[in-house]
Design a protein around this ligand. Structure first.
Ligand code: PEP
Ligand code: MG
Length: 586
């Protein structure tokens, strides 16, 4: 066919983004709509207006009932004041005539459907809020959108922005953005890949994609508007490319590459039961990062030596209430028992920044990554923190658990954490519930301040774990979720390498265990460099374990150390890259 006469959908083009999860997928596009911004608009006949008004009233009543149930549930729990405040604001918005009545006027005046009327009214209100100078009032626009989202969900009967019912292995999700909370739900369903307009390689959405073992490309800027439903896509998660409507030759080449990757992965399976030991006999612990107890299967399938990071905040996401102490205890006990005597590091919840639960860690903030996040949020909500600490301590009677605290930056936080751990232990003693009295408490090294003042951390904490995702973000001042600066997020920046090496070597001198649990631990091109810094404990997504083990098995520590020292002396990115490439070919 003459190219000019070809239908539009066969035009092939390539989009460049940031590689978020490796692998190649060939799949058809499934577009994800925003729950409220893309509702249908249709006319309502005059005779049907009373029914449409009743439908709207029923939706308002349903959301009221949801709020009442949340309110009731909160009464019996150690819910933070912030959560109650959030609920109050949403209740006020819901019951205000601007939301509960004005859309009815629009339905009658415009003879339109209820979803359309309420989103029109939402736009008007959002504009009014956004015009305020006061940042608190401006932020309320966000609350209006959230309340309207609930009403629309009640009207349409859908509960998620992601089309749950239509999951399909041959589909690649194409979205403007996918929240970590939505991404974690993909664990229950099969998609071939996903691509988003926004995000960075170490945003939590990308981290979840890696744990799912599906390719993902983020920071594509306008994929959602350029790609059309059903178009064929090649998602190249190794190089951050999306090829839309590929021709037969490109398709054949990628199919070949995908098949040979599958074959390689198959071959690696023979390493599952083999201990990870370097050529010169140094044993290396290769642990797994998990988000939910359901990830244990992947840990065993990939021969994990233990769980090095359980990101417990995922138990808090994608829900309207808080997980109770018993519910958390069951989750932690499942992991403790499921690892059958292997060590399990449970990180206390790291909410805030890009992992937001409605009403918690959700305060208006110009810089959420620098705000009330992780341990700061825990200490601001001690009842919530105590609930989690008691749940972890109770589970410690069923396996080898240790507690890891995220984002510690100063002495006060460490002292307050220990005080709360002691209080949680006292609560359990008073209740007569068993726990491991010698449980170890460690801290994450995620802010440069903690490396520069590491002596204090080594004195007080039982072990350390370097969270390179945040350490890079805070060292280079690069928001890990911002696609506009994603290309500058650089694990090989000399400042980052020196901080990582300094922390590892200081811990070794002090005789304190230290691990790396950020994404660099699972990057095979960095395995030998980290070994050269002296690292012997890595924690990564289960899907990365076998490739990293292969690297460890072929590494000679003396070579790794000599190259690592030369790399640490250099300030030149090109020289660092060249030395690293050479180390990886030895
Ligand atoms: C990190 O920051 O490297 C880390 C492991 O924690 P998270 O990615 O959950 O912030
Ligand atoms: Mg972190």
């Amino acid at each position: 066919m003459n190219a000019l006469l070809e239908p539009l959908h066969t035009i092939s083009f390539v989009l460049h983004g940031v590689a978020a999860a490796p692998g190649i997928a060939i799949a058809h596009a499934q577009l994800v709509s925003h729950a409220t911004l893309e509702v249908a608009h249709y006319d309502i006949a005059e005779a049907d207006l009373p029914a449409e008004l009743a439908r709207f009233d029923a939706a308002i009543a349903a959301v009221r009932a949801e709020f009442e149930a949340m309110h009731e549930k909160m009464k019996g729990e150690a819910a933070p004041a912030e959560f109650a405040a959030f609920l109050d604001v949403h209740w006020m918005i819901l019951t205000d005539i601007q939301i509960s009545r004005e859309p009815k006027r629009i339905i009658e005046a415009d003879r339109c459907n209820a979803e359309w009327a309420v989103t029109q009214q939402m736009r008007t209100l959002v504009e009014q809020f956004e015009a305020f100078e006061d940042p608190y009032l401006r932020e309320r626009a966000h609350d209006v959108v959230q309340v309207v989202e609930r009403i629309v969900k009640a009207l349409t009967g859908t509960s998620s922005a992601i089309p749950v019912g239509n999951r399909n292995e041959a589909a690649a999700l194409v979205a403007h953005d996918i929240s970590p909370a939505d991404a974690i739900h993909f664990k229950d369903g099969a998609f071939a890949a996903f691509v988003t307009d926004v995000g960075g390689a170490t945003s939590h959405t990308s981290i979840v994609a890696r744990s799912l073992g599906i390719p993902a490309v983020v920071a594509l800027h306008n994929a959602r508007s350029l790609i059309r439903e059903g178009e064929q896509l090649i998602i190249d998660g190794d190089n951050g490319l999306v090829i839309v409507n590929p021709d037969q030759q490109v398709l054949a080449e990628y199919a070949l590459r995908r098949d040979s990757q599958r074959l390689e992965a198959q071959k690696l399976r023979r390493l599952v039961a083999m201990p990870a030991v370097t050529l010169d006999g140094t044993a290396v612990a290769l642990n797994a990062n998990i988000e939910l107890p359901g990830d244990l299967e992947a840990c065993h399938a990939n021969g994990a030596d233990g769980v090095g990071l359980f990101r417990t905040e995922f138990l808090f996401l994608h829900r309207d209430d808080l997980p109770s102490e018993d519910e958390q205890f069951e989750a932690y006990r499942t992991v403790a028992e499921g690892m059958i005597g292997k060590p399990v590091t449970i990180r206390t919840f790291d909410l805030g920044a890009d992992k937001r639960m409605a009403g918690l860690g959700d305060r208006p903030s110009e810089n959420p990554a620098l705000g009330l996040r992780a341990i700061r949020l825990c200490l601001a909500e001690p009842q919530l923190f105590l609930t989690q600490l008691r749940a972890i301590l109770r589970a410690s009677a069923y396996g080898r658990l240790q507690i890891l605290v995220p984002m510690l930056a100063n002495a006060t936080e460490i002292a307050q954490t220990f005080a709360l751990v002691e209080r949680a232990k006292a609560d359990l003693r008073a209740r007569g519930q068993p726990y491991d009295a010698a449980i170890k408490v460690g801290g994450m090294i995620e802010v440069p301040a903690s490396v520069l003042a590491i002596g204090y951390f080594l004195d007080r904490l039982d072990f350390l774990s370097i969270g390179t995702n945040d350490l890079i973000q805070y060292t280079l001042a690069i928001d890990r979720t911002d696609d506009a600066v994603a290309h500058m997020y650089d694990p090989l920046h000399p400042a980052v390498l020196r901080l990582v090496a300094q922390a590892i070597r200081a811990a070794a001198r002090a005789g304190k265990p230290i691990a790396v649990c950020g994404e660099v631990a699972g990057e095979v091109r960095l395995t030998r460099l980290l070994l050269g810094f002296g690292l012997t404990n890595f924690s990564m997504h289960p899907s990365r374990l076998l490739e990293v083990k292969q690297r460890v098995l072929t590494a000679n520590l003396a070579d790794c150390e000599s190259f690592a020292n030369r790399i640490l002396k250099s300030d030149e990115p090109e020289r660092i890259a060249a030395l690293l490439a050479k180390l990886n070919t030895l």
